[in-house]
Design a protein around this ligand. Structure first.
Ligand code: ADP
Ligand code: ADP
Ligand code: ZN
Length: 213
């Protein structure tokens, strides 16, 4: 099963993608996580990606596509995957499509997690992430058992550099200009599924499972 998660930054794509990956035993592939791992390890790719991410801009398609195609060509992706944060532009979606066609394959579901802009800034300002295992929390909606500490691995939680209010506003603008058109793109392919992302994360997940099962 090959799944694409669509939705604004902070809509809950990552939260849902992790739950889908666990239930259906497929890898969760997040281009944002791949870039952040590279930044943490000080690679050249990380340095280049960071210059865009800090501004809330998109990393150029050419670089992003190369990273993503490399990742989905690995053995663990053979039985399917859930893509989170990719594609983010029409050209990215077209390249992915063309690659899949070569393999006589396709995206099965594009799940659009719908959350209005008004809710987004609040979601993002409360987001806390684990720099060690990648788990994500929200200080109000999905708090860790002990404040500031990851439930899964015990590391100290951090706020992402790009979750500051000014950067979030720019990311939302970029989302509407470049990413939202993908809703139409996947609608035309007949694989788009909309879910209400404003309800609590277990309810969102139940709606997604309903679609996938
Ligand atoms: P969020 O889940 O909040 O939307 P991500 O972790 O997906 O954030 O992305 C963080 C940043 O990484 C983006 O703002 C962008 O700079 C970069 N990025 C991630 N995925 C892509 C992509 N597919 N194309 C271009 N840039 C990307
Ligand atoms: P995205 O990957 O789309 O950027 P995340 O999954 O990282 O979004 O979620 C953004 C923030 O909102 C995180 O702090 C997360 O814990 C929180 N969150 C996720 N889903 C929900 C939900 N259904 N209701 C409230 N908060 C949520
Ligand atoms: Zn952790």
């Amino acid at each position: 099963m090959k799944i694409v998660m669509l939705g604004a930054p902070g809509a809950g794509k990552g939260t849902q993608a992790k739950m889908i990956a666990a239930k259906y035993d497929i890898p969760h592939v997040s281009t944002g996580d791949i870039f952040r791992a590279n930044i943490k390890n000080g690679t050249e790719l990380g340095k280049e990606a960071k210059s865009y991410m800090d501004k809330g801009a998109l990393v150029p398609d050419e670089l992003t596509v190369r990273i993503l195609l490399d990742r989905v060509a690995q053995d663990d992706c053979a039985k399917g995957y859930v893509l989170d944060g990719f594609p983010r532009t029409i050209p990215q979606a077209e390249v992915l499509d063309a690659e899949l066609i070569k393999l006589n394959d396709k995206i099965d579901f594009a799940i659009n997690v719908d959350v209005p802009d008004e809710n987004i800034v609040r979601r993002m300002s409360g987001r806390r992430s684990c720099p060690s295992c990648g788990a994500t929390y929200h200080i109000v909606h999905i708090p860790p058992k002990q404040e500031g500490v990851c439930d899964k691995c015990g590391a100290a939680l951090v706020q992402r550099d790009d979750d500051k209010e000014e950067t979030v506003k720019n990311r939302l603008k970029v989302y509407h200009e470049q990413t939202q058109p993908l809703i139409d793109f996947y609608e035309k392919k007949g694989v788009l599924k909309n879910v209400d992302g404003t309800v609590d994360s277990e309810e969102v997940f139940a709606a997604i499972v309903n679609i996938l099962d």
